[in-house]
Design a protein around this ligand. Structure first.
Ligand code: PMP
Length: 341
């Protein structure tokens, strides 16, 4: 980019969010599932693909998929909004509820795309740091939200890249503050014991938005499917902000069929959680600080060597993990996705 063409000024200063894709035999850098989706799902998908009327636009409402997700979570179909990955669900939310003159609250360090999508949509970010264990201090959170009155407050539970889930008490405390939406990004929600979906009936629950994805536990990162569960008014807001027919018929059917393999998915989650325990015990025997994780990844900091040096040496051994060592608040840290044994 040489800056001669009229790019929006708030984009000019932004670097894209990318994980370096270095060829490696062992890829543990983007928190994907180490397992492919079930064979039977592939066969079912092939059959369904042959039935799609490709000359027609897809169901704009993604009705069957939304109904199936609504059933999964015991909510109404009008409380589910589907998108091309949870990133797009977040983008629609900010297009609808953020934007110029509006604010979003973040607790750093957290998932970089929250801030990135805020900047893309012209939403101002207001932030507060997490504590030393990377937890959100409820007093600090209440202070920030009370002071700034943001239209949107982000939690990320479990938090990427630090790993811990937020306690239900934090969600309940923030829900009763009379300001804006509380968005809980649960991209890794199935790996944790608790979900903010249980807080939807708490006081202020109409302000709660829970975001989920098929990219991790459902082993479908390539399909690009995510969704949110929220009050019907919020779902209508997202629909107003999205493009017509944004979710292809292929994506819709891929997700719908995946929901028929829930037991298989839950078995894999249990396997990954077991492997996470093994990995975290093994890290405990190394000269590193590792943080407890409720997700499918672990953040750690080598004690005696710079993080980026360890990252490079792993690459020479064909192992790719995520180098977070230059991210604010994560100096020297690396993040490894839980893979197969
Ligand atoms: N939220 C969090 C916390 C994530 O880590 C990710 C993936 N890195 C996403 C959302 C986006 O996932 P996707 O768009 O693939 O659903």
């Amino acid at each position: 980019m040489n800056g001669r063409l009229p790019l929006r000024p708030n984009l000019a200063a932004m670097r894209g969010y990318h994980s370096p894709q270095v060829p490696a035999a062992v890829r543990l850098n983007t928190n994907e599932s180490p397992f492919p989706p079930p064979e039977t799902w592939r066969d079912e998908l092939a059959t369904e693909l042959s039935r799609i009327e490709f000359n027609r636009y897809p169901d704009r409402q993604a009705r069957r998929l939304r109904e199936a997700l609504a059933e999964l979570h015991g909510v109404g179909a009008d409380e589910v909004f589907c998108a091309n990955g949870s990133n797009e669900a977040l983008q629609c939310l900010l297009l609808a509820y953020g934007g110029p003159g509006r604010r979003a609250a973040l607790f750093e360090p957290t998932y970089a795309l929250h801030g990135h999508i805020c900047r893309l949509t012209g939403t101002l970010t207001v932030g507060a740091p997490r504590d030393e264990g990377f937890r959100v201090d409820p007093e600090v959170a209440e202070g920030l939200v009370g002071r700034e009155e943001p239209e949107v407050t982000f939690l990320c539970s479990p938090n990427n890249p630090t790993g811990a889930a937020d306690p239900p008490a934090l969600v309940e405390r923030l829900l009763v503050l009379p300001t804006g939406l509380l968005v809980v990004d649960e991209a890794y929600g199935q790996f944790a014991r608790q979900s903010a979906l249980d807080q939807r009936t708490c006081p202020g629950g109409e302000r709660l938005v829970v975001v989920r994805t098929f990219s991790k536990t459902w082993a479908m990162a390539a399909a690009r499917l995510g969704y949110l569960v929220a009050d019907p008014e919020v779902v209508a807001g997202c629909e107003a902000a999205t493009l017509p027919y944004h979710l292809s018929a292929v994506t819709q059917v891929a997700g719908l069929l995946a929901l028929g393999h829930r037991e298989e998915m839950e078995r894999r989650v249990a396997l990954i959680a077991e492997e996470r325990g093994r990995l975290s015990a093994a890290l405990g025997a190394l000269p590193v600080t590792a943080w407890p994780s409720d997700a499918n990844f672990i953040l750690f900091r080598p004690a005696d060597r710079p993080g980026d040096e360890v990252w490079k040496e792993l690459v020479t051994r064909s192992v790719l993990i995520r180098d977070c060592s230059s991210w604010a608040g994560l100096e020297g840290c690396l993040r490894v996705t839980v893979g197969t044994p």
